[in-house]
Write a protein that binds this ligand. Structure first.
Ligand code: ZN
Length: 182
């Protein structure tokens, strides 16, 4: 088990467009180790998604798993463990929905972000097979947040009202109707 250090906003690597994997790279032993490290690193901080650039690897890979056992997200339902290489997003429903987003690379802060409520993601799985998924609501926002990391974007870039950028310890979560993500 290897927990890798998560880099923070300000590191130029978070602002790069990440490189795609070849199918051979996806199936390599090196990538299998990288994937294990990503799951270990995510578990160590109790997060729900992690993109490879956040551990200093500028490649198009993200892992996502929502867990209903999370104390921070009491209404969240379990999902499968998604391993997403080389994703492409298509918006299915442009209607915007907002959540209070946080990010392991922007620790301590939350901001209100509105994004399309339903998307399709075409990607390669860990066997380099072509897959797609159609998702909506909270999971659609989680995917858009993580996939933004692969094109050098952070949630703060997507905020329309910067006055909603807040330190977590100043926020009164009970007064917020929207769910919180990080
Ligand atoms: Zn993030």
């Amino acid at each position: 088990m290897t927990v890798r250090q998560i880099i923070k906003m300000g590191n130029p690597l978070l602002r790069k467009v990440a490189d795609e994997f070849t199918p051979e790279e996806i199936k390599s032993a090196e990538t299998k180790i990288l994937l294990e490290d990503m799951w270990d690193s995510l578990a160590a901080v109790g997060g729900i998604g992690l993109a490879a650039p956040q551990i200093g690897i500028s490649k198009q890979l993200t892992v996502i798993k929502l867990s209903e056992e999370s104390d921070r997200y009491p209404d969240m339902e379990d999902t499968e463990a998604f391993v997403i290489f080389n994703p492409k997003i298509t918006v299915l429903d442009e209607t915007e929905q907002g959540f209070w987003e946080g990010c392991l690379s922007v620790p301590g802060l939350r901001g209100f972000v509105e994004r399309p409520r339903s998307i399709r993601v075409d990607y390669l799985d860990e066997n380099a097979e072509s897959m797609y998924i159609e998702i909506e609501d909270f999971l659609a926002t989680v995917f858009q947040h993580e996939l933004d990391h692969l094109i050098g974007k952070l949630y703060v870039d997507r905020m329309k009202d910067i006055t909603t950028l807040m330190f977590e310890d100043e926020m009164i979560f009970e007064e917020l109707e929207e769910e919180v993500l990080d």
